[in-house]
Design a protein around this ligand. Structure first.
Ligand code: MG
Length: 260
């Protein structure tokens, strides 16, 4: 099931994406009564996908991100895969959705794309054992861990480099029925392929990361885990259109704009 968060005529809601009712028509959203982090019902009220504005699929209390979780990517930046996962936060204010603009920050002249599988947490959890890790997941979406690489190199902590406004595109929706263990993940810039990998190359699996993170902190419904990026990261420029595609989920597209 694909669950999207959207606005239409000033109202915000969640809907389940359905295929076009008939040939020549477009996909529709069946509006949810309640919200997807508890038991919910489909209302049967449908709106065409093209009539809504897609919003970030969740409003997380925190985005917990993992660095250097693909060996080839760690090496391309001159690093090795660390013994313990590198963990950092992206703030809620960095989150944007499908079609929203990535605003190039004034603090940087070397902003990079990082295509990542995002895990959306479905229930409050702490100290999750590995065999129960899948139970706390609502689903998966595409993410771009947009990074000011020059700031990251200059500063010991990555809060500014990876936490600036608009640095966390998420979307276009949450796919709930998916095995995350070996999905193709790709990033294009202006239609040109930059990153291509498989989630099966991750050093630490989704389950391992949930165990590791919840050893130290409680995860809440709507929280998001970014699982690291495959090799091929590179610069973004004002005017670029960057797209992250993950097999079984879809494509998250954003444009890079100059800050006024
Ligand atoms: Mg990253």
């Amino acid at each position: 099931m694909r669950i999207a968060r959207f606005s239409i005529d000033g109202t915000v809601g969640f809907g389940v994406l359905e295929a076009a009712p008939s040939e020549g028509e477009e996909p529709v959203l069946d509006i949810i009564r309640g919200h997807p982090f508890a038991e919910f019902e489909r209302s049967g009220r449908r709106v065409p996908l093209s009539k809504v504005r897609l919003l970030p699929p969740v409003l997380p209390s925190k985005v917990v991100a993992i660095g250097r979780n693909y060996t080839e990517h760690a090496r391309e930046l001159g690093n090795e895969v660390p013994d313990v996962p590198v963990t950092f936060f992206k703030p809620s204010t960095s989150v944007i959705g499908q079609g929203d603009d990535i605003v190039y920050p004034r603090i940087s002249s070397d902003v990079h794309h990082e295509a990542e599988l995002a895990v959306v947490i479905g229930r409050l959890c702490r100290d999750v054992p590995r065999e129960r890790a899948r139970e706390v997941i609502l689903g998966y979406t595409c993410a771009n861990d947009v990074t000011a690489r020059d700031v990251q190199r200059r500063e010991g902590q990555w809060a500014r480099a990876k936490g600036f406004d608009t640095s966390c595109p998420l979307g276009p929706w949450i796919e709930t029925d998916l095995d995350p263990s070996d999905l193709a993940i790709m990033c294009t810039v202006n239609g040109e392929q930059r990153q291509l990998g498989r989630t099966g190359e991750m050093v630490r699996s989704v389950e391992d990361l949930i165990v590791h993170i919840t050893e130290s902190m409680t995860l809440l419904p709507q929280d998001v885990i970014l699982t690291g990026t495959p090799a091929g990261v590179g610069p973004l420029h004002v005017g670029d259109r960057v797209a992250v595609t993950i097999e079984g989920i879809g494509t998250l597209t954003n444009k890079v704009v100059k800050r006024d």
